[in-house]
Each structure stands twice: as structure tokens, then as C-alpha cells.
Write a protein of this length. Structure first.
Length: 326
């Protein structure tokens, strides 16, 4: 009988997101078919971040912490920090499959780990994950900002390909397809002073990113994935995106529907069934006073939906815990 592939589940985290992380860890282990094959790795930027994470119930299930220095004096520093964290986590992986996930996700499909393993370990898929929504968003910049001209301009992210909000891939691809084994160089891009926006000004770039010519692309962590997919002919599968109004997993949605679209939860389907949901912009929501009630509602909806699904696997013994070098 073939050995089930091992999974390193990598979560870039900050102290402010400890509550979301706590729920994700409990959720992913409870809904996995083979939780004993999953090792959870978490990054942090400061000792204070780590202390907040270690104060949660999930801390005992984290196999390794990776400390990643935060970027200083960099525009769009959170994105640079997120990128550095993903690369540091990937460098610490030893499993057959690497999964990178935002900390405010939750699984809606029991046996999600088997579904992923069937695709990226034996099903011919190189990259599996969530796509960006098919939306044109906009940002507001102060009048004295060098980016003030971008205020109100439609901004689009690449389409119909997996992104680094949630991505699964075989670990062997790091050496063969990713420069220096880094999943993204967006941290270096921002640290060099470059701005995360570009016009789709050539047919090749537009086709590669599946964005119409003339539109402005909003670059983000992992913006290079379409180019890597094209260069190496990687086979990819993106889950089906659904907005709050189009999903059937959550039954209480009114408070979410009142939020700006960029802050509304996202839903991702596999084979027409709910697979994963994303609280979305957890760090941003932590800045206002509605976070607790909104996240409580998010959790209640997830739990209500999972109660209608097949029973999850019984709890397994927690994996041994170790601290990894930064």
C-alpha cells in the first residue's frame, strides 16, 4: 500500500491574528482525514507575536516556529513581511506537500487533505489553490502621495490561477521551478523601492495574467506565479470562487454583506461543494470594534455547516513539538 504523502502546513502569522490562527489549526486538524501526516509550521516577526500565539490553545499543535525579521521603512511593509514569512516557512519544510495558508481560513470539506494529495501528489496537478476574485478594486491615496493619481483607478489581480492566500504544491518543485527556491520575490521587489502596480501594456503580460490589455494590475505576494506557470508549463487547478451572495455554506450573512466587498468573506468550491472559506482581511478588521462579533459569526457559520457534513476523523495524538531556527 502506497504511503500517504506528508504535508507541511505553513501559516504566516502575527500576534493580532492569534485568535484566527487558533481556530484554523483546530479546524484543519479536525477536518483532515490523516491529521497525523500534517505538520503545522507558523512564522512570527517578534517575540511578542510568538507570546500571543503561544497563549492560544493551538500552540500545542504547532510543530515549529520560524522567526522572520520584519521589514523596516518599506512601502507596503505588511506585504513584504508576508512574502518573507512564506519564503522562510518554505525553506523549513521537509514534507512531500507544502501548503501555504492565510491564518484566517477555515475548511468546509472533511477530508480536504486527501483531496489535495490526490491532486498534487498523484493527480498530475502542480499547483492547487484559491484564485483572486474577478473584481476591479480601488485604493485611496492622500493628495500629497506620489500615488495620488491612482486613487479611484480600477485595480485588478491576476485571474483564474492559484495565489498565495492558499496554495498547495509538491516540495520538489521549489528547487526546479522557483528561483533560489523562493516561492515569491515580492519582499525583495518592495524592498528595492518598486511600486506594486503595473499597466497591462503588452499582449504577452495580459495573456499571462489573464487581465485585459490597458488595465492596471495590483501586484501582491506571489505575483510572479503566472509567469512561473507559463515558463515551466505547470499544471494548475484553482478552486471556484464564490462571493457571499453566491454561496450556500453560511446561513447568516447579513452583517458580512454590509461590509465593503474587499472585507467580505470569500468562499471556494471544489466539484460544486464548499471546500474552504476565508474570513478575509483579518488584520484590517482587527483595527475596528466589530472584529469579535464578526469572527464569532464566521465561526458559528462554519461550525453549523460542518455539523451537516460527514463526521471528521477522530482526534490523533499531537505531533512532537520543536522550535526551528529563524
Amino acid at each position: 500500500m502506497e504511503r500517504a504523502p506528508s504535508i507541511d502546513f505553513c501559516i504566516p502569522a502575527i500576534g493580532a491574528g492569534a485568535r484566527y490562527l487558533d481556530y484554523l489549526v483546530a479546524n484543519l486538524l479536525r477536518t483532515a482525514a490523516r491529521p497525523e501526516r500534517i505538520r503545522i509550521l507558523v512564522s512570527h516577526h517578534t517575540d511578542e507575536d510568538r507570546a500571543q500565539i503561544e497563549a492560544t490553545a493551538c500552540a500545542a499543535r504547532i510543530a515549529g516556529f520560524v522567526k522572520v525579521p520584519a521589514h523596516q521603512n518599506v512601502m507596503f511593509a505588511p506585504s513584504a513581511n508576508h512574502s518573507s514569512a512564506i519564503n522562510a516557512l518554505a525553506a523549513s519544510c521537509t514534507a512531500d506537500i507544502i501548503i501555504v495558508s492565510d491564518y484566517d481560513m477555515a475548511f468546509l470539506m472533511p477530508g480536504w487533505d486527501v483531496a489535495i494529495a490526490e491532486r498534487v501528489h498523484g493527480g498530475g496537478i502542480d499547483l492547487f489553490g484559491v484564485p483572486y476574485p474577478p473584481l476591479a478594486l480601488s485604493q485611496h491615496f492622500p493628495k500629497d502621495s506620489p500615488l495620488s493619481w491612482l486613487s479611484g483607478v480600477p485595480l485588478v489581480k491576476y485571474q483564474r490561477m492559484p495565489n498565495l492566500s492558499f496554495l498547495a504544491l509538491r516540495r520538489d518543485l521549489l528547487a526546479s521551478c522557483f528561483p533560489e527556491g523562493r516561492i515569491t520575490s515580492f519582499d525583495r521587489y518592495l524592498a528595492s523601492g518598486s511600486l506594486p502596480f503595473r499597466v497591462m501594456n503588452t499582449r504577452a503580460i495580459a495573456i499571462e495574467n489573464q487581465i485585459p490589455m490597458g488595465l492596471m494590475q495590483w501586484l501582491d505576494t506571489g505575483y510572479e506565479l503566472p509567469e512561473i506557470i507559463a515558463r515551466h508549463g505547470l499544471r494548475h487547478e484553482a478552486l471556484s470562487y464564490r462571493a457571499i451572495a453566491d454561496q450556500d455554506a453560511f446561513t447568516t450573512v447579513q452583517p458580512f454583506a454590509r461590509l465593503d466587498v474587499i472585507r467580505q468573506p470569500e468562499f471556494f468550491y471544489l466539484g460544486g461543494k464548499p471546500f474552504l472559506c476565508h474570513f478575509k482581511k483579518g488584520s484590517m478588521k482587527a483595527m475596528d470594534g466589530t472584529t469579535v462579533s464578526l469572527f464569532d459569526l464566521f465561526v458559528a457559520n462554519v461550525e453549523g455547516f460542518l455539523a451537516t457534513r460527514a463526521p471528521a476523523a477522530p482526534p490523533r495524538e499531537a505531533p512532537p513539538r520543536e522550535t526551528m531556527p529563524a
